[in-house]
Write a protein that binds this ligand. Structure first.
Ligand code: GLY
Length: 283
């Protein structure tokens, strides 16, 4: 993986097994600044968020997002077209979802938080670990000092411990007084409604309707991303417009609800993936 400096939306990145192609790509950027060569990590991607007060670390629940624009993980990369949580297939390699979370807490999050503390720059807040489950074990592909989008939309509805308590405890250094946050057994699926042309040439300014009907579907709520009220009409103002979140006791149920609801929303040229969480919808 060769990355040029000053990236935006993945531009300047090449992922290749061809050494000559990598060198050629790098040589076009080198006159303008440094390039970064990274190990290629192959395997499923998992997002796991942690709260930290600078010392104690508490994990939230693992989630997976769908970054490509089109079904079957085709098309350009986007900010995320959907997500689901938890990840039942983690039991295959780790025995249980909890065992996976424990391992990542111990081997990834706690060492990072300790090191930042030792450096005199304690991390207080929300640490987002982007992970790849390679055949050699769990690897970190990125950290962000923020919640992930759209994973947050399906992690928070399952969180039973009040989020405000956890954030307050992170801020005032009392996270160790709090047990590991509790999550409901319900599952959650979110499907993103995007504007026509997203991500390459987004068309904005179109009216959205049908939200009231969509929110009547059992177990569904909608979170807004790029909408605005214009003279009483709801208008799409960006690429990823809103998230339709479906919860349920099974992925089949949560997914059916999310898709039933998004089918009721009208946005000219609006697009969404039809395969979010399809692979787990038998569980
Ligand atoms: N879901 C990817 C991100 O929030 O960066």
């Amino acid at each position: 993986v060769v990355k040029a400096d000053g990236l935006a939306a993945g531009k300047g990145v090449i992922v290749t097994e061809d050494r000559a192609a990598a060198l050629e790509h790098a040589s076009t950027y080198l006159p303008h600044g440094p390039v970064l060569v990274e190990e290629f990590l192959s395997g499923p991607e998992v997002s796991l968020f942690f709260l930290s007060d600078g010392d104690t670390v508490r994990p939230l629940a693992p989630a997976q997002d769908f970054k490509r624009a089109l079904d079957g993980d085709r098309g350009p990369n986007t900010g995320g077209m959907g997500a689901y949580s938890p990840l039942p297939w983690l039991t295959d390699g780790f025995g249980s979802v909890e065992a996976f979370v424990d391992e990542v807490t111990r081997t990834v999050a706690e060492p990072v938080i300790r090191e930042l503390d030792r450096d005199g720059t304690p991390f207080i807040g929300l640490l987002y670990a982007g992970l790849i489950l390679t055949e050699q074990g769990v690897r970190v592909i990125e950290f962000n000092a923020r919640f992930g989008d759209p994973e947050t939309q399906i992690v928070l509805p399952r969180l039973e411990t009040p989020l405000a308590e956890l954030l307050m405890a992170s801020a005032n250094g009392t996270l160790e007084d709090h047990a590991v946050p509790a999550f409901s057994d319900e599952v959650a699926v979110t499907v993103v409604l995007a504007s026509e042309g997203y991500p390459a040439a987004t068309i904005t300014g179109r009216e959205i309707s049908g939200l009231d009907e969509a929110e009547q579907v059992d177990g569904v709520h909608i979170t807004h991303a790029a909408t605005a009220n214009q003279d009483g009409r709801l208008i799409a103002t960006g690429g990823r417009v809103l998230n339709v979140v479906g919860t349920g006791s099974t992925f089949a149920e949560a997914r059916e609800r999310a898709y039933a609801a998004i089918g009721l929303i009208r946005l000219e040229g609006g697009q969404f993936r039809s395969d979010i969480a399809a692979a787990v919808a038998t569980s």
